[in-house]
Design a protein around this ligand. Structure first.
Ligand code: SF4
Ligand code: SF4
Length: 293
């Protein structure tokens, strides 16, 4: 089983459209939507949820009033101002550090698991998908990303499927590292803008730091040929293959509005053709079958 994570460094590069299209091509794959802070793959693929589970990403302090003498020590110690004047704990402000519980003289505070979100196993028209929703103001997305990836991997193994395709989160922080750790290939979707080039450098450095093979897809390559050349030069210097140059096409937005992948929308033929070729190159790369064009 091969794991491929698609990342972009930032939003707006067309990553989700490309992953949705890959799901049409990879008929023996599990999709893992690890962009848990802003999941949007479900908008195109309209998953039918088969299983929903709670996700506990941290802890929250709870005071047992029967034991509390209202000495106020916990409120003074809390660096996050999570304990109010009436000794009520604000579950959003509480960071779960446990200091109040450790120093309460009456042992009246317990640290309880905190419901931080949900994860789901669903069926889509393009195969099974594991996805998640993080609660408002929750920030344990790295842990939730790992949960989604583990579930997707187990599902692929249980069904004998060949690929796990991971929709990675933006940035280069903990959630991204959780999304790329141990995968066979990181596919970076970029666009020919200066910010795209800058983000590409950062995500390639992150993948390189963890010794994970990378490949690059330049989306809308024809909107700025000079920046596309700069991207290709960067990739060449770092021996990173460019596996697709996808042309700009207004009908990609039309496909999105109709909740179709670009392979399902008849007006996106040129884009679809390039993505088909990219899938062949990715498959060859992850199978260790040699070079790409
Ligand atoms: S430190 Fe313990 S006893 Fe004191 S106010 Fe807080 S919960 Fe109550
Ligand atoms: S666990 Fe930490 S953040 Fe939460 S109320 Fe106690 S001291 Fe404050």
């Amino acid at each position: 089983m091969r794991q491929i994570t698609v990342i972009s460094g930032k939003g707006g590069t067309g990553k989700t459209s490309i992953i949705a299209a890959l799901s049409s091509l990879a008929d023996t794959a599990v999709l893992a939507d690890c962009d848990v802070d802003a999941a949007d793959l479900h908008i195109i693929l309209n998953p039918d949820v088969q299983r929903a589970e709670e996700f506990s990403g941290g802890r929250v302090a709870v005071i047992r009033k029967s034991q509390c003498t209202q000495c106020g020590a916990c409120r003074e110690l809390c660096r996050f101002d999570a304990i109010g004047g009436s000794l009520a704990i604000d579950p959003i402000a509480c960071e779960g550090c446990g200091v109040c519980a450790a120093f309460c003289p009456e042992k009246a505070i317990t640290m309880m698991p905190k419901l931080s979100g949900h994860w789901f196993v669903s069926e889509t028209r393009n195969g099974p998908m594991v996805h998640a929703r993080l609660g408002i103001a929750e920030d344990n997305s790295g842990k939730l990303v790992s949960q989604v990836r583990n579930e997707a991997k187990q599902l692929a193994e249980a069904r004998g499927l060949d690929f796990v395709i991971v929709d990675g989160p933006p940035g280069i922080g903990c959630p991204v590292i959780a999304a790329i750790a141990g995968v066979d290939l990181v596919l970076v979707v970029t666009e020919p803008t200066l910010s795209g080039l800058h983000d590409l450098e950062r995500v390639l450095a992150t993948a390189g730091h963890f010794n994970i093979p990378a490949a690059v897809c330049v989306n809308k390559f024809d909107i700025n040929p000079r920046n596309t050349t700069a991207i290709e030069d960067l990739c060449s210097r770092q021996s990173v293959p460019v596996v697709a140059r996808i042309p700009y096409d207004r009908s990609v937005v039309a496909a999105l509005l109709q909740k179709q992948t670009v392979l399902e929308h008849e007006a996106c033929a040129a884009v679809a053709d390039e993505i088909r070729q990219m899938w062949g190159r990715i498959s060859a790369l992850t199978a260790g079958k040699g070079s790409v064009a």
